[in-house]
Ligand binder design. Structure first.
Ligand code: ZN
Length: 237
């Protein structure tokens, strides 16, 4: 008897369950009414997702291009500092990347045979040294950073920190060192004719819209590492 009573007690919740199932069917009806809309929303969401996936490679490329542009500061591209192990001295105060040493010395030797005496003015410069050059000269000349950047790279943005750049003068005309007039020297004329044979290239020619013409500044592109370093520079002139 006691057991039956217990069963009867369960009847009450069972009655409640009928009520719940009614509400469920109401929900189902609502779902059926709204299902076309839900289907529409789901379709739109799926289409958008598919479009985004398809567009992704393209937008990634655009991002890369923007990134390259963004990385330029006052017209100069960023360059990492060469690992110290790859630096070699070619003169007591001039170090360069080991990859370009032989080619550079050979070029000077060939020029000498033609009666041209090339002088190496500046090779590798650390980012710290570039920092001093950029900021001290800027304040001495009372120039704004943008003006200064036309003639000197901001720290971290100089080809000299890669060890692949060399500033060259003419031993017979030292007054033209680091001057545009260097372009009228015998040394420059010889370099223009012969530097490419030794894989040297003028970095900032007259067509560069960001940086002033620097006839004395040459970079080496005779190794894979050097080509990689200057790939962006060669793409965006
Ligand atoms: Zn230079």
């Amino acid at each position: 008897m006691e057991q039956n009573e217990d069963i009867n007690q369960f009847d009450i919740p069972l009655a409640k369950r009928t009520y719940l199932s009614k509400s469920n069917s109401l929900l189902l009806k609502k779902l059926l009414i709204f299902s076309p809309f839900l289907f529409l929303i789901f379709s739109i969401a799926s289409l958008r997702l598919i479009r985004n996936i398809e567009l992704e490679p393209l937008s990634y490329l655009n991002f890369q291009v923007e990134k390259n542009h963004d990385h330029r500061i006052l017209g100069h591209l960023p360059y990492d500092e060469i690992h110290k192990d790859k630096l070699v001295l070619i003169e007591p105060n001039i170090a360069v990347h080991i990859d370009m040493r032989d080619s550079l010395l050979k070029m000077r030797e060939e020029a000498r045979k033609d009666g041209i005496y090339l002088v190496f003015l500046s090779g590798y410069r650390s980012i710290n040294l570039q920092n001093d050059i950029f900021y001290s000269l800027k304040s001495i000349r009372k120039q704004e950073a943008a003006e200064r950047a036309r003639v000197s790279a901001p720290p971290g943005y100089s080809e000299h920190s890669t060890g692949f750049a060399i500033d060259i003068g003419d031993a017979a005309q030292r007054e033209t060192d680091f001057e545009t007039e260097f372009e009228n020297t015998e040394a420059f004329i010889w370099l223009k004719k012969n530097a490419a044979k030794f894989h040297f290239k003028l970095s900032f020619n007259k067509n560069n819209k960001y940086i002033d013409y620097e006839p004395w500044h040459w970079r080496y592109e005779g190794s894979i590492e050097a080509l990689k370093v200057f790939e962006t520079a060669n793409r965006h002139l």
